[in-house]
Design a protein around this ligand. Structure first.
Ligand SMILES: Nc1nc2c(ncn2[C@@H]2O[C@H](COP(=O)(O)OP(=O)(O)OP(=O)(O)O)[C@@H](O)[C@H]2O)c(=O)[nH]1
Ligand SMILES: Nc1nc2c(ncn2[C@@H]2O[C@H](COP(=O)(O)OP(=O)(O)OP(=O)(O)O)[C@@H](O)[C@H]2O)c(=O)[nH]1
Ligand SMILES: [Mg+2]
Ligand SMILES: [Mg+2]
Lengths: 292, 279
């Protein structure tokens, strides 16, 4: 535990009860190690430790009666702040059907999240339409249609071999014509370094003008989270992220990497396979989880 | 700077450690490799090439130490492969690719859709069976996974199929009841055919960080793993966590997944992989 590691870091090195900068350095090494073990990207961890160091010195941690406890408090606060920013509430403007576009790497949990979001919005008085714009993955359309069926939410399925941009456009038209007010657009998983697939997302965005573009990120993602997040941010300027599979025991440092590199808000947490397993993201809880 | 053949000072070692961390080897394994570097080179003049070569060799050795012989079925019985892993890592797709490999080598293959939980999981595997010219056994959504596995093995024996590959639902290693379900699937296979499953593969997503080690521990403890498949190496993640898994659990990587098409699979090459980790 970080608190135990801090105990030993702040045990006096001179044996005469006097603490020095060396104690702070030792404690900072423990913070860095804890963050790396939690999958925070090493560059992000380095920057974060610098900020903690500045605060520790600025708040005269060495003069505290309980320096270890004070450090923990600083680390936790700094981490929660980095993870939180302004908790953007997820609001869909009323009026013309609004489009929420859901994107991310293969297998991150997009299709499941689309269904969860449909359920969430319907509970809040919206009439969603699920749009199955993944024409690549075998039985992807089937998967979304089945989930929509379980919820009693309509699903716009594309024709075989149809173009995802076309499916997105016709889904939007269907929503207008049938008086539905949100289109939740499920897209195929893709690599951030796949030029053709990333430009397909540009075209889908162009055609549907989404009010929200959500990056769905697997919470067990490791060091590479910085590359995925910055590439998607650079290309699409997504409006928020969803962190999935948080019902597992992964520490979830990818959340820190995402926040540090893009500054985008994390709006939702996926906490299970069932369609009601969706929560708002809690920065404070996440900070505790990451610090172990 | 290392490239001027100067010593391995702490700045140089820190930078090397960061390269290893960036590849998801983890703090423990990175520190172990750095200690090896210090021991080998001390602070004497060293070039970047020498360091790279040393690390690549050490990583390769760690991976090779876990390698085992390829698995065969018992004579007159099908080779039975059971595939497990957490959600979304690429199990079903990998099975389609493995199926193609076996069929291309002239074997008859049956794919068992023992994921009876997730929407359209059976349909998805059925498409891979078509694409790979394999036979298919599936069950009802919500049905008993172990029953599907049993029926498929029964069919494989009756039809003298060469290979049976059993797909299972994704599940987190922390979900006790779901891990118990997997144990039951394995046990039921063994009841029908004592040698089954001959191969028990854990599929790991190369994007995964340290949690993959946790996954390997728990799946190994529950089932006894004979190998890993590391998927999505066509992305930018390096998958270094398999080195930590090799060191701690001695589980070898059998294959790597390099894309979404049926041919995007290769047998694991520890030397090539080690070099790729160092970027
Ligand atoms: N435990 C858990 N599983 C989840 C969660 N979200 C999704 N899953 C599971 O993760 C797997 C992948 O989910 P999908 O919704 O198919 O992922 P995807 O991003 O649409 O995948 P592609 O379309 O292939 O890119 C499925 O087994 C889901 O049930 C979650 O929050 N917790
Ligand atoms: N780029 C890339 N994508 C892959 C690879 N292997 C699988 N995928 C994709 O990852 C996504 C998930 O693959 P699945 O085969 O459904 O994964 P799974 O483990 O069976 O998922 P669940 O059954 O839901 O737990 C799909 O979009 C696949 O096309 C790979 O090697 N590279
Ligand atoms: Mg999907
Ligand atoms: Mg599957």
């Amino acid at each position: 535990q970080l608190s135990e590691r801090f105990q030993s870091a702040f045990r006096s090195l001179t044996g005469r009860g006097r603490l020095s900068e060396a104690n702070i350095e030792e404690a900072l090494r423990e913070v860095r190690r804890a963050l790396l073990e939690a999958d925070v990207n090493f560059k992000v961890a380095r920057g974060f430790v610098e900020d903690v160091k500045a605060r520790a010195i600025g708040e005269d941690v060495l003069k505290s009666v309980t320096p270890g406890q004070q450090m923990i408090k600083i680390v936790h606060e700094e981490l929660a702040a980095l993870l939180g920013g302004r908790a953007d509430t997820f609001r869909i403007p009323s009026g013309a059907p609004a489009v929420v576009m859901v994107v991310g790497l293969q297998g991150s949990g997009k299709t499941t999240f689309c269904a969860k979001l449909a359920s969430y919005l319907r509970q809040r008085g919206k009439s969603p339409l699920l749009a199955a714009a993944d024409t690549y993955r075998p039985a992807a359309q089937d998967q979304l249609a089945t989930l929509g069926g379980q919820l009693g939410v309509p699903v716009h399925v594309g024709e075989a071999g149809a173009d995802p941009v076309g499916i997105a456009s016709t889904a939007l038209r269907e929503a207008r014509e049938t008086g539905l007010d949100v289109v939740i657009l499920d897209t195929a998983g893709r690599l951030h370094v796949d030029e053709d697939m990333m430009s397909e997302l540009d075209r889908i965005r162009e055609a549907t003008k989404p009010v929200e573009i959500l990056l769905v990120l697997d919470s067990m993602t490791g060091q590479d989270a910085v590359n995925v997040a910055s590439e998607f941010a650079g290309r699409l300027d997504f409006s928020g992220a969803v962190l999935t599979k948080l019902d597992g025991d992964t520490r979830g440092g990818a959340a820190v990497s995402l926040r540090a590199v893009t500054g985008k808000p994390i709006k939702f947490a996926g906490v299970g396979e069932k369609l009601d397993a969706l929560e708002m993201f809690h920065p404070d809880r996440m900070a505790s989880r990451i610090l172990g | 700077a290392l490239d001027r053949g100067t010593g391995l000072d702490s700045a140089a070692l820190d930078s090397i450690e960061e390269t290893l961390i960036a590849a998801d080897l983890g703090v423990e394994t990175a520190m172990h490799l750095i200690a090896g570097l210090r021991e080998r080179f001390g602070s004497g003049a060293t070039t970047e090439d020498e360091v790279r070569e040393f690390l690549a060799l050490e990583i390769e050795r760690a991976l090779q130490a876990a390698e085992t012989e390829g698995v065969q079925g018992e004579p007159g019985a099908p080779l039975v492969v059971m595939v497990a892993g957490v959600n979304g890592v690429g199990k079903t797709t990998t099975i389609g690719k493995l199926s193609r490999l076996h069929v291309d080598e002239g074997r008859s293959v049956i794919l068992a859709a023992a994921d009876t939980f997730r929407a359209a999981a059976t349909e998805q595997l059925s498409i891979w069976a078509d694409r790979s010219d394999a036979h298919f056994v599936g069950g009802q959504l919500g049905g008993d996974a172990a029953a599907v596995a049993y029926d498929a093995l029964d069919a494989a024996i009756a039809r003298s199929a060469d290979v049976l590959i059993v797909d299972t639902a994704g599940r987190l290693h922390t979900q006790k009841n779901l891990m118990q379900e997997l144990v039951k699937v394995k046990r039921v296979l063994g009841k029908r055919l004592p040698s089954a499953p001959n191969e028990l593969l854990l599929v790991i997503d190369a994007n995964t960080g340290q949690n993959a080690l946790s996954q390997a521990r728990m799946f190994d403890e529950a089932l006894g793993l004979t190998g890993l498949v590391l998927t999505k190496l066509d992305g930018t993640a390096r998958g270094g966590i398999v080195v930590a898994i090799a060191r701690e659990l001695a589980i070898p990587v059998r294959f790597v997944g390099t894309g979404e098409a049926i041919d995007d699979i290769e047998p694991f090459d520890s030397s090539e992989f080690a070099k790729g980790l160092l970027g």
